[in-house]
Design a protein around this ligand. Structure first.
Ligand SMILES: [Zn+2]
Length: 245
């Protein structure tokens, strides 16, 4: 795997131990061009960075060494981890994003991503449940890498998780409101058990977190409203990938 070193000055002062690396966070750059993205990720003015950036041709840049903290996650939460910069490797994929013209991720880009993830998983023993998107850890603020990111295909390669629900059963349950208050409570518990953090200060917080879940696991309909299909998927994921104490 060829990696080009292109170091960013935007890093934490302290080095961290390999043990503290627990998650991989996937992003898209959401900017007009690759050049612009590299510039921003390496500019002291913006105070942002990531460990890797992968362009659309699949070229991999290393911006920050693994043992340094990069600044990509912001205020965030996943399971017991808060402010994920400390516990994560951040990978940026070049893509204009929803603001400037969201496109499919390219084959070469994804194949490079898979290579990096496999090596990181091996090196740091990262659990597949902990390979997630920026929107999963910061649902109130972020929507990247977005619904075009192929989580299902990656899960087949043991990168991230996916459900094994029957597809015809799911489709029938889409938009179905046939569920109880208890089902709703259980849904939240199930999402918590795979890592999502809920905040109940406002009703909109629930809808945003649900949208992040939909963007990841039910991209056919991202509306922030709970339905039976989401409940079934969450139940299945929780059953298969529950945190072990
Ligand atoms: Zn991001």
């Amino acid at each position: 795997m060829k990696i080009i070193n292109y170091y960013s000055p935007n890093i934490g002062i302290k080095k961290r131990s390999a043990k503290s690396i627990k998650t991989i966070i996937i992003h898209y750059t959401g900017m007009q061009s690759e050049r612009e993205s590299l510039k921003r990720l390496c500019s002291p003015k913006y105070k942002v960075s990531s460990h890797f950036l992968i362009n659309q041709k699949g070229r991999i840049y290393r911006l920050v060494e693994d043992f340094q903290i990069a600044w990509h996650a912001g205020k965030s939460c996943w399971g017991k981890y808060k402010n994920l910069n400390n516990n994560s490797i951040g990978i940026e994929l070049v893509n204009k994003g929803h603001k400037f013209g969201y496109t499919n991720f390219t084959k070469s880009q994804l194949s490079s991503l898979i290579k990096i993830c496999k090596s990181l998983i091996k090196k740091y023993k990262i659990k597949k449940r902990n390979i997630i998107g920026h929107s999963d850890i910061a649902p109130l603020r972020k929507i990247d890498p977005g619904e075009k990111f192929p989580w299902k295909n990656l899960a087949k390669k043991n990168i991230g998780i996916w459900h094994n629900c029957q597809l015809n059963l799911l489709k029938k349950s889409r938009k179905s409101k046939l569920f109880t208050r208890k089902d709703r409570t259980q849904f939240i518990k199930n999402l918590n058990s795979i890592g999502y953090c809920f905040s109940f200060k406002k009703k909109s917080y629930f809808n945003k977190t649900l949208q992040a879940f939909q963007r990841h696991y039910r991209k056919e309909l991202i509306n922030g409203f709970l339905d039976k299909e989401c409940i079934i998927i969450a139940q299945n994921l929780s059953k298969n990938f529950k945190k072990t104490p």
